[in-house]
Design a binder for this molecule. Structure first.
Ligand SMILES: *[C@@H]1O[C@H](CO)[C@@H](O)[C@H](O)[C@H]1NC(C)=O
Ligand SMILES: *[C@@H]1O[C@H](CO)[C@@H](O)[C@H](O)[C@H]1NC(C)=O
Ligand SMILES: *[C@@H]1O[C@H](CO)[C@@H](O)[C@H](O)[C@H]1NC(C)=O
Ligand SMILES: *[C@@H]1O[C@H](CO)[C@@H](O)[C@H](O)[C@H]1NC(C)=O
Length: 375
């Protein structure tokens, strides 16, 4: 994205709009999909589709009172853009160029806040990641919004990163989100969008996603330790509860998946490496709601996907539209699906994955969510 005078003008109008209208809406011309946003984290707060009966369903978790995105201490990164480095970094430490953990102290060794796992891990960009920042709305139409964020490096990362997030809806139930970013210095850069799905919208007395059908085009999962930090090895999914190469119910292997995501956490909080990765033109993840018949097909330019079964979710007073089945979002109420790079590759040089952004290049992340209904 270029800094044209038009963009500066749009930025001026945009920030005025953002103040006046904390939540803005976009809708496809055919009415098949609409979404609402807040500027904190360039976050989607509502995503409305029609189920197989033609009823409107909000398919993502969140709050009606949008201030709870920044006031609820248990707010679990609901549907926000995550940066500058998504997921976990071992002990919040890395070096440039990258080296194997533990890095001996030196001028090229960086330390960012360890805000997870009793101070042993950095999660989602540090204490105040991009999801907690008030982005500026810089462009707006009936079908598309662009937010801008400048990360000045206050979490301890090198250099300044300027990022844009564009959300677009289009006919036939399509949501496309693209992220672009430029850095002033070499820095780790690995972004995601932390969407929490419940494609049934809690209708018909179902308050969890265990009966959602999931398919992932990945035959290996990153092996992690008890802190969910990579060991450097991969798990072959064959014959394990991780094998979603053929469609399988999200909760089908619950009995075998006790304690799997770091005891006592059960089911998944894991990173699948896509077999075709960024080269795939086909959807690489599919999710289907058992009651709504809403089918979500995801295409992305990312190499991997983190799936979190929401074991730790415990949020009272969910959206009014979601109170049908219970008074809280609890265990497995949502399933978080996050398109991203290989986790903590900056501490795992043996993988040969480059996540250090070159200031001469533009980082680009694109994911398309396509919704249809099964009859
Ligand atoms: C984590 O980093 C800190 C500060 O850099 C260091 O003192 C500590 O030993 C590290 N912890 C582990 C478990 O390596
Ligand atoms: C973001 O905006 C909200 C509402 O104006 C405010 O309460 C909050 O402190 C802001 N957050 C940051 C990090 O500036
Ligand atoms: C969920 O949170 C409530 C308070 O909001 C607490 O009383 C309850 O014990 C929590 N449940 C679990 C399973 O952690
Ligand atoms: C979900 O529903 C089950 C029974 O249908 C109930 O036991 C459970 O408390 C509900 N959970 C939440 C978080 O509302």
């Amino acid at each position: 994205m270029r800094f044209t005078s038009l963009l500066f003008f749009a930025a001026f109008i945009g920030s005025a709009l953002a103040e006046a209208a904390p939540r803005v809406e976009i809708q496809s011309p055919d009415g098949s999909i609409s979404a609402k946003f807040i500027r904190m984290g360039a976050t989607i707060t509502q995503l409305w589709l029609k189920d197989k009966h033609g009823r409107a369903v909000d398919v993502i978790l969140g709050y009606d009172d949008t201030t709870r995105w920044w006031t609820d201490p248990k707010q679990p990164y609901f549907n926000s853009i995550i940066g500058r480095y998504a997921n976990r970094i071992k002990n919040g430490t890395f070096s440039i160029p990258i080296t194997k953990y533990p890095q001996p102290p030196g001028p090229n060794v960086y330390q960012i806040p360890r805000n997870d796992r009793d101070g042993q891990v950095s999660l989602h960009g540090g204490e105040i990641g991009w999801d907690r920042r008030n982005w500026t709305l810089v462009e707006r139409s009936r079908t598309s919004l662009t937010y801008k964020h400048i990360d000045n490096g206050d979490q301890g990362f090198p250099g300044v990163v300027t990022a844009f997030a564009t959300h677009t809806v289009s006919n036939g139930g399509v949501l496309r989100t693209s992220l672009t970013a430029r850095a002033t210095k070499k820095t780790p850069l690995m972004l995601t969008q932390h969407l929490y799905w419940n494609l049934d919208g809690f209708q018909n007395g179902v308050n969890d996603t265990l009966g959602h059908t999931l398919q992932i085009d990945g035959s290996k999962v990153i092996e992690v330790d008890g802190n969910l930090i990579p060991t450097g090895k991969f798990i072959d999914v064959t014959g394990t509860p991780f094998d979603f190469r053929k469609p399988m119910l999200h909760g089908a292997r619950l009995d075998e998946a006790q304690g799997l995501c770091g005891a006592p956490c059960s089911l998944y909080d894991h990173c699948w490496v896509y077999d075709k990765g960024a080269k795939a033109k086909q959807p690489v993840t599919t999710l289907i709601g058992e009651k709504s018949g809403i089918r979500l097909d995801i295409t992305t330019n990312q190499d991997a996907v983190q799936v979190y079964s929401s074991w730790g979710l415990n949020i009272t007073q969910p959206k009014a539209a979601h109170r049908g089945a219970g008074l809280a979002y609890g265990r497995y109420s949502g399933i978080a699906i996050e398109q991203q790079g290989l986790i903590d590759a900056i501490n795992t040089p043996e993988w040969g994955v480059n996540q250090i952004q070159d200031p001469k290049k533009t980082y680009e992340w694109v994911t398309t969510h396509k919704f249809t209904t099964l009859r």
